[in-house]
Design a protein around this ligand. Sequence first.
Ligand code: ZN
Length: 402
Amino acid sequence: MVITYEFTLEPDNNKVITYSYVTRDKCIVIYESRWYHGKKFALEFIVFLLGGIKMIEKVNEIKKEFEKTSSMITDMKTLNDIRIEYLGKQGKVTELSKLMKDVPNEDKKEFGMLVNDVRTIVTNTLDSKKEEIETKELNEKLSKEKIDITLPATSVKCGAPNILEKVVEDMESLFMSMGYDVIEGPEIEEDLYNFELLNLPKGHPARDSQDTFYLEGDKILLRSHTSPVQARVMLEGKGQKPIRMVCPGKTYRRDDDDATHSHQFMQIEGLLIDENVTLADLKGTFDVAAKHLFGEDCVTRFRPSYYPFTEPSVETDISCFSCKGKGCPICKNTGWITISGAGVVNPKVLQMCGYDPKKWHGFAFGFGLERVAMLKYGINDLRAFYLTDLRQNKPFDRKEDK
Ligand SMILES: [Zn+2]
């Protein structure tokens, strides 16, 4: 408690009259005035307003007032208004905290606890009221909503992978069952791997049929076949170990798009390198693959062909699965359908890729995936694979796989 009192009745120049009264039971008043030439001037007049009410009573009064107000909260708007009234920046509880600096030191602790109590009560009460109102509103909403179980359900449209993906997976699993690895290679390729290491040096006429898209000068290009993966795998093998791999993937050529050509298409290519490998092994492997793809009664045949990277080279045919050899539009009345290109790996290629052709032999084959899918699923336009028309893809929904 601090009481300072000084007073004089006589008007006296510059006589200071100060009246300070600070106690926990009374308001704090500091009054200071001066007499000057017989007149009284209020120089400073500071009153810390508590409206004459004792501080603790003030806290209790706010608490009581809140109890009364909060009992009337029935909706979210009132609740938010009351939250601002009490806990907002200028709210009643916030203002109480601001008074702390004017409370005498010996009373600060008690005052602080009381204010905190009120704050907790206000916060907790408002939170539980909020939960109460939300539950009430939800229940009201639910009781108003009715579900008509006789309405037809919304159908869920199920997507399916592209049909080419299905063919890739099918062929991968077939070759894996025969001990082949599945290897992927870059679509952006170097001229070295795409052409040179495959016995297609610059100026080679066979390059014309594989004209592709060049990215940087004449060194970097979009691969025109999956064969560069063969070169990469052989170089990795360093001429030391046998190879048995297939590589599926996208390839590119400067073709105009039509029903049987596309600037982008897919291949799956296989390479087997070991000792004592012959054309007979290729024939057997191709026979297994053709029967797997087109049925056990499929007959296969080889026709001589030319590829720079194989010697000898063959084109591989299957008997027409539609007419069984009698002749129809699918086989162009020949009874045979060409399905892939293959051959025994050219010794020059083996040598350039680090394998000694005296010790190692191998065969390679490549299927056009679109061609296989078109034959297998009766698709008559290659563009169907890339136009993303759902009506085209729908018939190949993969429900049967589930
Ligand atoms: Zn036919």
